[in-house]
Design a protein around this ligand. Structure first.
Ligand SMILES: CC(C)(COP(=O)(O)OP(=O)(O)OC[C@H]1O[C@@H](n2cnc3c(N)ncnc32)[C@H](O)[C@@H]1OP(=O)(O)O)[C@@H](O)C(=O)NCCC(=O)NCCS
Length: 128
């Protein structure tokens, strides 16, 4: 709960929900800024989580939610790029990030997740 609350109270313009016609939440994106960076890095956005209810998938909701968040990262916080981690086995998410949104592989992080799975660290420039 603390994790979600920190995102929503600190960077309220970066997280969004998708609702059905009755106002039920069917998808969300949770994102934040990484501003406390070293001399070799720039302030950037981080996509913490995105998920869409199974029966609402492949309708373009995740794409729309992520783009909305990226636009706010650039407009509100002047983020130069957005970063994320994704499980190497998560084919749908990989396709969304790489093929649809244009993210590139930055590094492979071995055993990044608590269960021992590797993660791809990916990035997308927000500068045009
Ligand atoms: C990954 C996820 C968020 C995608 O949500 P979605 O709303 O279905 O995605 P979109 O409709 O915006 O899809 C955009 C593109 O992503 C790719 N994609 C999405 N689902 C895919 C699948 N099951 N297989 C292959 N490619 C897929 C496609 O390129 C798709 O474009 P297309 O439909 O024109 O082919 C959804 O599958 C999900 O909630 N998964 C469980 C949670 C998760 O893994 N989140 C990501 C890690 S935090």
């Amino acid at each position: 709960m603390r994790y979600y609350l920190e995102h929503l109270t600190t960077w309220p313009s970066l997280s969004y929900v998708a609702e059905d016609s009755k106002g039920r939440i069917v998808g969300y994106v949770l994102a934040k800024m990484v501003q406390d960076v070293g001399p070799d890095d720039e302030p950037h956005g981080h996509l913490s989580s995105v998920s869409v209810l199974r029966s609402y998938r492949r309708l373009g909701l995740a794409k729309k939610l992520v783009i909305q968040s990226q636009e706010a990262m650039a407009a509100v916080y002047k983020a130069s790029y957005v970063a994320l981690h994704v499980r190497t086995s998560n084919r749908p998410a990989l396709s969304l990030y790489r093929d649809t949104l244009g993210f590139s592989l930055h590094v492979l992080k071995r055993k990044h997740y608590a269960d021992g799975e590797d993660a791809y660290a990916m990035r997308l420039s927000l500068e045009h």
